[in-house]
Design a protein around this ligand. Structure first.
Ligand SMILES: Cc1cc2nc3c(=O)[nH]c(=O)nc-3n(C[C@H](O)[C@H](O)[C@H](O)COP(=O)(O)O)c2cc1C
Length: 240
């Protein structure tokens, strides 16, 4: 290893503590202040997310950043369609419902959130209100719609690449004092999103990320989701 390589490696490793702080403190944020997010901050966050690895460095992702009037139109269109009972209209293949341990985890986070918000199981009105907030992207001042190049839309590796970039995006946002929630509900009516976000015909919508400054008073923002113990998800071979 040359001297310059050594220096470069040391520099690469020096930030690990800050990285862990961002990873362990980040949580999904579902309540935002109205404070606008400056465009230059958003550009920097996307620049960081773009450092995600991708298969063969294909970088199949695109980020469409919405705020103001266009985002209000998306919220309104989503709300109208969901209240009208329109069927789900997504461009990402539909998940047909979780079972077993996955379902247990889904229920666990829902219980944590509803308990924090004081929403009782039988309180249908408040539960419905919570769901509708999701379709409004939790009234965040910014929504980032993530798309993939259409020619790679059925390529599962491109889904993987988009996931990596999306995680980079939410971590970068957190490191700059912003909260996010990756929000499948926000693209449940993708025709609405496509229209108001001006998504080009050669791209396919994968997800959206609600983003803004977290409202510290919003109690659900303090919920920390749980994770399986590492022994349950990792196996080590050849360590003796
Ligand atoms: C692909 C994807 C879609 C998601 N969609 C929603 C959503 O529609 N509504 C929501 O409240 N949270 C949504 N989430 C956030 C998850 O519920 C959250 O990441 C998970 O419960 C773990 O919590 P944490 O992010 O606070 O660690 C989504 C997350 C991912 C990765």
């Amino acid at each position: 290893m040359t001297e310059s390589q050594t220096t470069s490696c040391e520099r690469l490793h020096s930030g690990s503590t800050e990285f862990e702080t961002v990873v362990f403190e980040r949580r999904s944020v579902r309540g935002y202040t109205k404070q606008p997010v400056p465009r230059d901050v958003l550009e920097e966050i996307i620049r960081i997310a773009q450092r995600a690895p991708s298969s063969m460095n294909t970088q199949p992702w695109h980020f469409h950043v919405l705020t103001g009037e266009p985002l209000e139109r998306v919220r309104q269109g989503n709300t109208e369609k969901m209240l009208a009972g329109s069927s789900v209209d997504r461009e990402i293949p539909l998940n047909h419902g979780y079972e077993g341990v996955h379902r247990d985890r889904q229920v666990e986070i829902a219980v944590q959130l509803f308990e924090a918000m004081g929403i009782a199981r039988e309180d249908k009105a408040r539960r419905q209100d919570w769901v509708m907030r999701g379709f409004r992207q939790f009234d965040a001042p910014v929504s980032v719609v993530i798309t993939v190049d259409k020619e790679l839309a059925n390529d599962t590796i491109a889904h993987f690449d988009c996931g990596a970039a999306t995680y980079g995006l939410v971590l970068a946002a957190w490191s700059k004092g912003l909260g996010t929630v990756i929000n499948g509900q926000g693209i449940m009516q993708s025709t609405v999103v496509r229209e108001h976000a001006n998504i080009p015909a050669d791209q396919v919508i994968r997800t959206c990320v609600a983003m803004g400054y977290p409202d510290g008073e919003f109690i659900a923002n303090h919920v920390q989701s749980r994770r399986a113990v590492t022994e349950a998800v990792a196996s080590f071979v050849g360590f003796g």
